[in-house]
Write a protein that binds this ligand. Structure first.
Ligand code: UDP
Ligand code: MG
Length: 316
């Protein structure tokens, strides 16, 4: 099998058939062996019915996974990737905002450049309002400052990658998934390809501003523990400040013989105690951060390939 297309679908009754036709038309003279893996993410409309109709045509290699309720696009992608057996795997939306023709270009890159493992499409020009665009770029600045892996602004889930990349992604079994981070985390050689986002073929976007905001918070929580460490910094500054405060007062006493007033003393003690409290909270935060990362059960490393004499002999 050359290519697996993973297609998350939530209330896409207006688009799934168009999508299926578009893929067939685009691939007909280019890719013979491919499979379409539709994941019905608990749609409340006729999406599942439409998917069954497509399945019953028995024209192409089709898999339909249907969730018991709406679990979200991240879960849908994970379920689809689990079923994907192709040499290459593509994640693509059902609404035709991402054209199947672009997938052909991605496949071409992988065919011609063995050193590339993943082709990621990014929006060359954002087609959204100024406010949303501002929030999105601020999010990328913030998360890139805090997280240890890089997040590329404008890159989407629209990607085609080799099976080893798929296996690496599947090894990330965390429940709170943030695919942009997961793609960065697994590494590999990524080729960024500009593409133009099309208008939706029908239906509406499932993302409201609130949903996007929550998703952004999820991303920050999933890939950095920086917020847990804020207390350490603030506590450190307060403690240091209070010690300086006491020293200044001591010097003042030694030179001018001016004792500390009761008020000064109380301020100093409050600063010191608050600082120590925050520092201790910070220490707890550091342990919690470690525990949090351990809880995700991520692989300790991902090896791209291993060279060894014994294997070469086996192949010969
Ligand atoms: N989707 C999904 N589950 C959800 C929300 C969305 O499977 O809970 C699918 C949706 O059917 C579409 C893709 O994810 O195929 C992208 O969603 P959408 O087009 O609403 O997002 P946008 O393009 O507006 O970012
Ligand atoms: Mg869309």
């Amino acid at each position: 099998m050359k290519l697996s297309l993973v297609v998350p679908c939530y209330n896409e009754e207006e688009t799934v058939e168009k999508f299926y036709e578009a893929v067939k038309n685009a691939f007909i003279n280019h890719i013979k062996e491919y499979e379409l893996i539709f994941v019905n993410d608990g749609s409340k409309d006729q999406t599942l019915h439409k998917l069954h109709q497509i399945y019953n045509l028995k024209e192409e290699n089709i898999k339909v996974i249907s969730f018991s309720r709406n679990f979200g696009k991240e879960a849908a992608m994970f379920a689809g990737l689990k079923q994907a057996v192709g040499e290459y795997v593509t994640i693509i939306d059902a609404d035709l905002q991402q054209r199947p023709e672009v997938v052909l270009e991605m496949v071409e890159v992988l065919d011609n450049k063995p050193e590339i493992d993943c082709v990621a499409a990014y929006q060359a020009e954002r087609r959204e309002g100024k406010v949303l665009s501002f929030f999105k770029s601020s999010f990328y600045k913030l998360i890139n400052k805090m997280a240890e892996v890089d997040f590329v602004s404008g890159a989407s889930d629209f990607r085609t990658f080799r099976q080893p990349v798929n296996q690496a992604i599947l090894n990330m079994t965390e429940y709170h998934r943030f695919s942009k981070g997961i793609f960065s985390w697994v590494g590999f050689e990524v080729f960024y390809m500009p593409y133009e986002v099309q208008e939706r073929e029908g239906g509406t976007s499932k993302w409201s501003f609130i949903k996007l905001f929550r998703y952004a918070v999820e991303g920050i929580m999933a890939f950095t523990t920086a917020p847990l460490k804020v207390a350490t910094g603030v506590g450190g500054i307060l403690s240091f400040g209070s010690i300086v405060y006491f020293i200044v007062n001591l010097v003042n006493y030694l030179i001018n013989r001016n004792g500390m007033s009761q008020g000064d003393l109380i301020i100093g003690i409050i600063l010191l105690l608050c600082g120590i409290q925050l520092l201790v909270l910070g220490v707890i935060g550091e342990y919690l951060a470690k525990l949090y990362i351990e809880g995700k059960n991520r692989p300790i490393y991902i090896a791209k390939n291993i060279l060894s004499y014994s294997e070469e002999e086996e192949e010969m």
